[in-house]
Design a protein around this ligand. Structure first.
Ligand code: ZN
Length: 147
């Protein structure tokens, strides 16, 4: 198990612009503000969506594409480093006009209609950086706390 101790840093609240790419806009803000560790939450609506499902047996992402207006019921994500740069890892639950929910691993290709977000920066004595995890085939945080 990996555990690192964090303390609160800056917090940001805001709205994305209509037409922004949901994931890329959040990631750009984190990179501009040099947020290397933190959490992100958001809600609002998108005009379409691209979300991934990781097939564990095949070790491969399959992407679902939605070309319709959807509500963002919840976006939860974290911020850490990948290849030395802030990366947002986010999952979304989206709903259609009938209230049916869909979701998955948020990918680029999800255009914002309206989106309100909050970002919570954390400070830590250690860096949290993604690395290839041979057991899952994913880019994950290290498997254990190093002393
Ligand atoms: Zn994911």
């Amino acid at each position: 198990m990996l555990t690192i101790s964090t303390r609160p840093g800056r917090t940001f609240m805001g709205r994305l612009a209509k037409g922004d790419d949901l994931l890329q806009a959040l990631e750009k803000l984190c990179q501009e503000q040099k947020i290397t560790l933190g959490e992100v939450r958001a809600l609002g609506a998108v005009t379409g969506a691209q979300v991934g499902f990781y097939n564990q047996a095949e070790r491969k992402y399959y992407f679902l594409e939605f070309d319709q207006p959807l509500e963002i019921l919840a976006l939860v994500g974290n911020i850490s480093l990948k290849d030395g740069k802030p990366m947002v890892h986010a999952h979304v639950t989206l709903a259609d006009a009938a209230g049916r929910a869909f979701g998955g691993h948020l990918a680029a290709g999800t255009p914002v209609f309206a989106c309100e977000f909050a970002i919570f920066e954390y400070l830590a004595d250690q860096v949290l950086a993604r690395q290839n995890d041979p057991e899952t085939g994913l880019m994950l945080w290290p498997p254990a706390t190093t002393k």
